[in-house]
Write a protein that binds this ligand. Structure first.
Ligand SMILES: C[S@@+](CC[C@H](N)C(=O)[O-])C[C@H]1O[C@@H](n2cnc3c(N)ncnc32)[C@H](O)[C@@H]1O
Length: 333
């Protein structure tokens, strides 16, 4: 059956949720929880690794069920911010996802720009690619996706493309491989989006990547409103954002509690050769709502941080500030 070129009614986010729910069907809950525990221990202990952490089907099923909803939401937020800054009507004609694993970023791209396009997923873990391919069969917008074994290193060559994503990968690489992947992405793509966990270390890797992308001639489109040095003093703070993720039954089982959602913290950078219009400033902390005023921590076009207070007297701006969220551009368009 030919996949439709675009689809208004199909929701990648819903289809991914359904696909992931089905993944653990038949696997005894205890076994699923054990696979997740093993995965978390592996990720805690031995990165960067010289062989894939995702070795077999139960590793990748645990990864997909446990982490993919969160990495999907983080990538989706980063791409939404980039889409706001991109020229009107722009969408990627092609996409390469490096270290793509089970394909969370390919789903996020198809969620933000709902059209079928050539997609290449590169990863060194064959079981991850196999599961990614299997899950993607439920997404007609990923009908052209190719799942290719490839090792990130000095020899990495990425085909020329509109968009490269590198999502939750840098933390698994040596310093030399982090440089190789970002430089290869910058050579290959018009736009590069890199996403990492929203930790001090994740942020440090994002800043390193950001410097390399600027050195390669790209400009920052998001989250920074500028391509100057990051105004955050190293070691004092870190730039990160938050994406809400619905918790699956596996999450509830592994983490306990009954909350229906959790917040995934992530850091990111989107850099491009397109004539992008970065936000005038960006809300870099959760806004504080007080009686008659809202306090916004902003990163500014001049490459500086400031706190601004929006009061009731500012009418429509005050109304907008009450709706402003951590990570939004400010003022609203
Ligand atoms: C934490 S997972 C992230 C997967 C996916 N990008 C996501 O956002 O959900 C890291 C991925 O990087 C891949 N990876 C790590 N080191 C690699 C290397 N040297 N070459 C190729 N892939 C690598 C792993 O196999 C894994 O699929």
């Amino acid at each position: 059956m030919n996949a439709p070129a675009s689809s208004a009614s199909f929701s990648p986010a819903d289809a991914l949720r359904a696909g992931l729910a089905g993944l653990l069907d038949g696997l005894p809950p205890k076994q699923a929880a054990q696979a997740v525990d093993r995965l978390i221990a592996n990720y805690r202990g031995r990165t960067p690794t010289d062989a894939p952490v995702l070795r077999d089907r139960s590793d990748v099923a645990a990864y997909a069920a446990y982490r993919m909803p969160a990495t999907f939401e983080a990538v989706r937020s980063a791409l939404d911010a980039f889409a706001d800054a991109a020229p009107d009507g722009w969408e990627p004609g092609s996409h390469v996802d490096v270290g793509g694993g089970t394909g969370a970023a390919t789903w996020a791209v198809s969620e933000v720009w709902r059209r079928e396009r050539p997609v290449t997923v590169l990863d060194w873990a064959e079981p991850a690619l196999a599961l990614g391919r299997e899950l993607a069969a439920a997404n007609p917008l990923l009908g052209q996706a190719r799942w290719q074994r490839s090792r990130i290193g000095a020899a990495l060559d990425i085909e020329s493309t509109d968009l490269v994503t590198v999502s939750y990968v840098l933390g698994e690489l040596t310093e030399a491989d982090r440089a190789s992947v970002v430089e290869a992405a910058a050579r290959a793509a018009q736009t590069v989006v890199v996403i990492e966990p929203g930790t001090p270390d994740g942020y440090t890797r994002i800043i390193e990547a950001r410097d390399r992308l600027i050195a390669a001639g790209l400009r920052i489109a998001a989250p920074c409103p500028h391509s100057a040095a990051c105004p955050i003093e190293p070691g004092k703070d870190w730039c990160h954002f938050s994406a809400r993720v619905s918790r699956s039954s596996l999450h509830r089982q592994v983490k306990g509690g009954s909350l229906a959602y959790e917040d995934e913290k992530f850091s990111y950078v989107a850099a491009t050769r397109l004539p992008a219009r970065p936000a005038e400033s960006r809300v870099v902390r959760r806004p504080q709502i007080r009686k008659g005023q809202v306090l916004l921590d902003l990163c500014l076009t001049e490459g500086a941080l400031t706190r601004t207070t929006v009061t009731k007297r500012q009418g429509p701006l005050y109304k907008a500030s009450r709706d402003a969220d951590w990570g939004d551009g400010w003022p609203p368009a």
